[in-house]
Design a protein around this ligand. Sequence first.
Ligand code: AGP
Length: 610
Amino acid sequence: MCGIVGYIGEKNSIPIILEGLKRLEYRGYDSAGIGIINTTECKVVKTKGKVAELEKLINKGSIHSNLGIGHTRWATHGEPSMVNAHPHINEAHTIFLIHNGIIENYATLKKGLQEEGYKFKSETDKEVLVHLIDHYLKTKNNLFQAVRYALNEVEGTYGIAVIYKNEPEKIVVARKGSPLVIGIGKNENFVASDVNALIAHTSQVVYLEDGEVAEIYKDRFHAKTISDENIIKEIHEVDLSIDEISKGGFSHYMLKEIMEQSDSIFNSMRGRLVLKEGISKLGGLQGFEERIANSSRIIISACGTSWHAALVGEYMLEEYTGIPVEVEYASEFRYRHPVITKNDTVIFISQSGETADTLAALKEAKKKGALCLGVCNVVGSTIARDSDAGVYIHAGPEIGVASTKAFTSQLVVLALITLFIARRKNLNMSEGQEIIHEMHILISKVEAILKQNKEIEKIADEYVNCKNFLYLGRGYHFPVALEGALKLKEISYIHAEGYPAAEMKHGPIALIDENMPVVFIAMKDSVYEKVISNIEEVKARKGRILAIANEDDDYIEKLVDHVIKVPKSINMLQPILSVIPLQLLAYHIAVKKGLNVDQPRNLAKSVTVE
Ligand code: AGP
């Protein structure tokens, strides 16, 4: 999941591309490069490391060009290095290509081209494409057709941008599986992997669909299908501001996104709760009300943090709607030949709306006739566009690779969907009103937790040198334990496991000694006493215990080493509160270890390859 940016117009493309690449660095940041063509030169500058390194290299020279493409990489084939960085170049040094995705049949294509005499410089799968375009340029005589013919031989996924010395008036772009948007300006046009990279210049965008290729000139563009049919593309207005995608004075995007959860949670429910009738109103599900309510089964499919939200959703939906719910890892679901019928509703949760495994699972479920609903954050993302209906979570742009505010907003939307269905089943108006009342008072409870940021930072001091962690919870808080462990893993690189607390006795208890911190989510709900017994079992083996507990729980303080108190809510909403201290704990431990919290190693914000 790399980041692509391109510019053609009258301004100098370099600063525009560098700025855009910095805004896409959460997609990949192990190497970067830029390629420009102007009347006097065709130049490529690339480097291992972040865009800032590339900028230093470029500032040494004085490069200026109205046409350029740039790339920030997340390595899939070939280690992060200068030669494996993009743009990839043909031998004649006239074609520059940047790519996001995976060319699955690159080995076969490479062999054919090598037999034709082509020499390869890099270890990547992508380089094959620039040589294939070079091959077709010999017979097709224009870049657009050469790209089209080359892509017809490719298996896999791509979002590409290509420039050519002999046609310096255009950028040719194409997409299959990886996101690509065209930004429409006045006498200038842009291309990028997502709108964050071009929002500083225009709010007019065109979303390229799978199998579409486009020629972008400074004052126009035209798109065709990969089989050369003309297509008319709609221009969309995106409602996003630069402020929303900047750090807003916080040291990290992750901390900003954690601290803005009282707003993001409010935005996720704004205008969707009708207290008078005790119902939730979800315009994105209009026309599907009865089909959803009469589903014989609900399947929720997702990856990573979104999968943890799906698990909480399972508890909510089964408790309130009585419809059987299954939760599926999208990466397994897509290949498992799942039994799906048209009476099934499948919900796909994805913050980015571009996760390749979730997208493929959606295609699979659609093929089998199920009703497919998307729960996404990024407006206009592919999963949102390809679903039959859906609900945006409106958490605002989430830049930090470790998902935080999107998770709590996903839980809010799952609660809204639960209310939406349950009020069409057995939940009566006053029960609906009680849930809505509890949702309304969530905001002040979230603020009360965020105010403990400094205390949680102090607690983090006690655990920063730990090598392993165990997170334990029951019921609604088992998925919260999984999410807490994931947050710590992905940004502090400390090994951590989440488990249903009762499962501890069936193995993990062997890990417990004075060096193993155990984080318990111990809310005062129907299984509280059970969790307390589990705490006793850990104490008996000298485990260090940090508990997330309710404000009115004085008993637990005597049992554990550290406790973080959160306000009480109803069971189905309590995970929205209990997860926030775990986000802050992971954040502070990682910061104290001096790690790059926003761009943790080996990770990327949206996983657009398998
Ligand atoms: C979470 O912090 C990670 N960034 C990752 O697990 C993420 O949740 C997963 O890749 C799914 O992303 P999505 O919600 O954009 O589909």
